[in-house]
Design a protein around this ligand. Structure first.
Ligand code: SF4
Ligand code: SF4
Length: 95
């Protein structure tokens, strides 16, 4: 008796292939609904946003100023909560 049921041996090959070391190429902030806006005039460069960001999206640019890489930012708002100077404001993504 023959059967049309798939078996482990005849299932089509499927999956997601990740190239090792390519994680930084992925736009992991694509689903964000809010984004942080950093006001450099209020920033004291304390680094707390950098410390608390769970996605490593905060960085120091070549002028020594803190910036947020929106390619990796998930819009969680932790940096805004932790900034004692209120230098980071969360806004809707459309703004
Ligand atoms: S936490 Fe606020 S004051 Fe501190 S570096 Fe970040 S934006 Fe600047
Ligand atoms: S909103 Fe969240 S993910 Fe984006 S920079 Fe701030 S702490 Fe990091």
């Amino acid at each position: 008796m023959t059967t049309d049921k798939p078996t482990v041996k005849n299932l089509p090959i499927a999956g997601i292939i990740f190239v090792p070391g390519s994680a930084k190429e992925y736009n992991t902030g694509a689903f964000r609904s809010q984004k942080p806006i950093l006001d450099a005039k209020l920033c004291t460069k304390c680094g707390m946003c950098w410390v608390y960001c769970p996605d490593g999206a905060v960085f120091v640019n070549s002028e020594g100023m803190y910036e947020i890489n929106l390619k990796y930012c998930k819009g969680c708002g932790i940096c805004s909560e932790e900034c004692a100077r209120k230098a980071i404001k969360m806004v809707d993504e459309e703004e």
